[in-house]
Structure formats: C-alpha cells, structure tokens
Write a protein that binds this ligand. Structure first.
Ligand code: ATR
Length: 265
C-alpha cells in the first residue's frame, strides 16, 4: 500500500487526509494519506523515506515550505519562482519539490468568477503562502499589490524578490478592491483583525486563506458591510487536486461530494 503524508506544525487543522483518502477510494487506488506533526530536524528523515520508497508523496505546510528547499534535488519552475514547496515526490530517482499553491489560488478565484485584472490588492501577512499568492496575482495582471505585516522586515524581504510591492504599516487600511488575509489570525474562532470597515465600504472582495473554521470574523464582518467573501476552501481543494495529479498521473473529480467533505466541521 502506498503511503502519503502532510507534514507541518501545527497540523491538527489539516483536512488534506480527508480529501486525498476520498480520491484514493473513488479511483480504486490502494494508498493511505496521513497527517504528521514534525519538527525541523525530522525533515531530512522524511526526505530519506521518499528516497527509499517508504513514502510516495508528501505535502508540506506551515512552517516548512521554505525550509525543505535545501533538502530536495530539484525544484519545479513554480517552486523555484516562489521559493516555496508544498508537494514532494520522487521522479526518475530525484526528489522534486513542486508548488501547487500558485495555480490553486488562481483556479479558486476563477471558479468564483472573480476578475481582478487591473485591480488593487491588499495582502495581510508575509508568511509562507504569500510568495505564491503574489505570483498568482501577477499572472492575473492586477494593477497594484499593497502588503502589510505585523513584523515589517518580513514584508520588506518580500520586496527584494517582488518589485513594485507597496508596504504599509500594520494596522492601516489603504484603498483596495480585494483584501486577502494570509495571516494565521482567524484559525482561532475569537481572533479579530483590526480593520476600518466603515472606511472600506462595500462591494469589495474579502478573501481568507483560512478554510477551517469556514467563516472567520474577518469574513463575517465583511459580509455585514455588504462585501463579497470567499474562504480558502477552493484554493485548498485545487492545490490538493494538482498534488494528487502529480503523484498519480490522474485527475480526480471535484464535485459537490468533494466540496462537502470540507464542510461538516
Ligand atoms: P511563518 O511566519 O513561519 O511563515 P505563517 O503561518 O506562514 O508562518 O505566517 C504567519 C503570518 O501570520 C505572518 O505574517 C505573521 O506575522 P509575523 O510575520 O509578524 O509573525 C502573521 N501573524 C500570526 N499571528 C499574528 C498576530 N497575532 N497578529 C498579526 N499577525 C500575525
């Protein structure tokens, strides 16, 4: 039986096993997908297990998407561009790191019919997923990307890789068409993000990368003010879909049953 893993710390919130095990079953693939909380010094052992065919594929999440890069033999174009790896497997005896978050984000926006060409985008956070989101936004031809992070130096580091980013102080609310919460604020139900909702007005797009809980306070409040909202569920499904396709050379179905799998929490 083939073995797959999602590694991270923390990892309890991950619904990846639910999704991948569902697709394995639907496609009659004898495999199991589990989640594992690890520490940084466990990373090399995991890569060795892929090399020795004990593990057949790994998804990487917070906080290891960058840390795993020196341990793999090769990076896909997207992983190299974003310096971020969320999917690993062995290909022709080489351990290859892929990034499926970039396409995942784009497909999620497309699936909702959000057209952000020439729009002004405001990103909260500068953590692991943000380089992928920025690359996706650039592909979608947005006009301007403004970024803010509690620790300003991390936003400034991003500016070294992505020119034309505008940085604003944490706690300020600039004018935008779409705002993206890419911080971990919201993973706890009581978390709130300090934003001037009156100033923002209505009819803006509020996007939260978080999908569990389904509706963070960030989205709840945005809705009350008449904005469009979207959580990270479709991005999560599309990135998983692409990982599954890389590993199994087979595209699983995304239907109502798949989407419902992530809703009964
Ligand atoms: P990492 O920072 O290791 O890449 P991440 O989960 O990918 O981890 O990113 C967490 C993001 O949420 C960061 O932007 C973090 O801000 P800092 O860089 O200042 O740590 C942000 N974040 C987490 N807790 C926060 C809080 N209580 N207030 C504001 N931002 C927070």
């Amino acid at each position: 039986m083939k073995k797959y893993l999602v590694i991270g710390n923390p990892i309890e919130h991950s619904l990846s096993p639910r999704l991948h095990n569902h697709w394995f079953k639907k496609n009659n693939i004898e495999a199991i997908y589990q989640k594992k909380q690890i520490n940084e010094n466990d990373l090399k052992g995991i890569i060795d297990e892929i090399r020795n065919d004990k593990i057949h594929g790994v998804n990487v999440t917070i906080p290891f998407k960058q840390l795993v890069i020196p341990l793999v033999d090769d990076l896909s174009f997207e992983a190299k561009e974003s310096q971020s790896v969320n999917t690993i497997c062995k290909e022709k005896n080489k351990i290859v790191g892929h990034n499926t978050d970039i396409n995942g984000f784009e497909l999620a926006l497309r699936s909702r019919g959000f057209n952000i060409k020439n729009k002004k985008i405001f990103i909260l956070g500068a953590g692991g997923v943000v380089p992928s989101i920025i690359l996706s936004l650039k592909k979608l031809d947005v006009r301007k990307i403004i970024i803010t992070n509690r620790t300003k130096t991390k936003a400034e580091n991003l500016k070294k890789f992505f020119t034309n980013l505008e940085i604003v102080e944490w706690g300020t609310t600039p004018d935008f068409d779409m705002i993206i919460n890419a911080t971990s604020l919201g993973l706890n139900k009581n978390d709130v993000i300090d934003l001037n909702y009156e100033k923002i007005g209505s009819n803006k797009i509020f996007y939260d990368v978080i999908y569990n809980p389904i509706e963070t306070n960030f989205l709840l409040k945005a809705k009350k003010f008449g904005n469009k909202t979207e959580n990270g569920k479709m991005m999560f499904i599309y990135q998983a879909h692409q990982s599954f396709t890389i590993w199994n050379k087979l595209m699983p179905k995304i239907d109502d049953e798949t989407i419902k799998l992530l809703e009964n929490d």
